[in-house]
Ligand binder design. Structure first.
Ligand code: GLU
Length: 301
């Protein structure tokens, strides 16, 4: 576990500026797995045009954000109920720009297949959840970003010598697990027969099935798999090259161009201020290593 309650207390204290030495304390207690995510700056006197989503959220002082709860490195809920990961840090940065402090965020689990409906039904204000931007989804929701570019790959048990990439799945009887409603579950159909595909709501269910031998392969984005591998004690490995491009966007209500532009501006500023790099280093960085560049942002529509 990356963040323990002691560290979180340190952050909360630092955020309110009550104890000036809290930062030093965080470093000395660290678990050795990367830096602690700095508390995002919270815009105290943000002004927004009345009637905009930004004005509404700022006025409410809270925001509801959909994310993954079971994906180490990007979105993981700890036993203490804290959310950790690059996605959650990106979400905290956006909330900060709206004048909303991290403790005023309501987190909602957003499994792959439910992201569009959560947004359409207004059950969340935005989704930051390893969420690939694509045309089909863009018919139902709008995307800010992308803020990261991942790519699909495969994870197998470490003793598996047969499967070294998706081409090895053709004509094999390997069972391949992915999440319902995800892009990887669709992309992999090019390589396997329908009866080889095993679908669950979440990737942690796939991870457990790989562990107990029910499936032979888990397929999704590289960074999600790396998160599971980092916690597997050597039981799993990544195989093959990335065979798709998965640009991660922030999902919002379809057509909310002003909100999309606001989020893009927050991403730009985070890249400029170093908050984006710090968020990476404190979460995925120690496992996925290189700090990514913020990708070129898509125009909002
Ligand atoms: N990025 C892919 C997607 O949005 C896979 C990860 C996920 O399911 O969250 O479908």
């Amino acid at each position: 576990m990356r963040w323990n309650p002691v560290l979180r207390t340190g952050i909360a204290v630092a955020a309110f500026g009550l104890v000036a030495t809290a930062c030093g304390e965080q470093e000395s207690i660290g678990d050795g797995g990367g830096d602690q995510a700095p508390a995002p700056s919270v815009e105290q006197d943000a002004q927004f045009e009345p009637g905009t989503t930004m004005a509404e959220l700022n006025e409410a002082g809270t925001i509801t954000i959909g994310t993954k709860f079971d994906q180490p490195l990007f979105g993981l809920r700890t036993l203490e109920g804290e959310l950790t990961g690059f996605d959650t840090e990106i979400a905290r940065i956006i909330a900060g720009g709206l004048g909303i402090a991290p403790e005023d965020i309501d987190w909602v689990e957003a499994p792959s297949a439910q992201r569009e409906s959560l947004i359409e039904r207004d059950e969340v204000d935005l989704v930051v959840a390893t969420y690939t931007i694509n045309d089909e989804r863009a018919e139902r929701v709008s995307f800010a970003g992308p803020y990261y570019q991942a790519g699909q790959t495969l994870m197998v048990r470490s003793d598996n010598q047969e499967i070294t990439g998706p081409d090895d799945l053709r004509g094999s009887d390997a069972k391949v697990c992915s999440a319902t409603g995800s892009t990887p579950s669709e992309n992999i159909r090019e390589y396997i027969d329908e009866d080889q595909l095993v679908l669950f709501d979440t990737y942690s269910q796939c991870r457990d099935s790989l562990d107990n031998g029910q499936v032979d392969v888990v397929t999704t984005d590289n960074v999600i798999l790396l998160g599971f591998i980092s916690e597997s004690d050597g039981a799993f490995k990544l195989v093959g090259e990335q065979f798709t491009e998965e640009p991660y966007g922030v999902g919002i209500t379809k057509g909310d161009v002003a909100f999309c532009e606001f989020i893009n501006e927050q991403l730009r500023q985070a890249a400029e201020s170093g908050a984006y790099d710090a968020a990476w280093e404190a979460t995925a960085g120690p496992v996925a290593e290189e700090v990514p560049e913020l990708p070129g942002l898509d125009p909002c529509s």
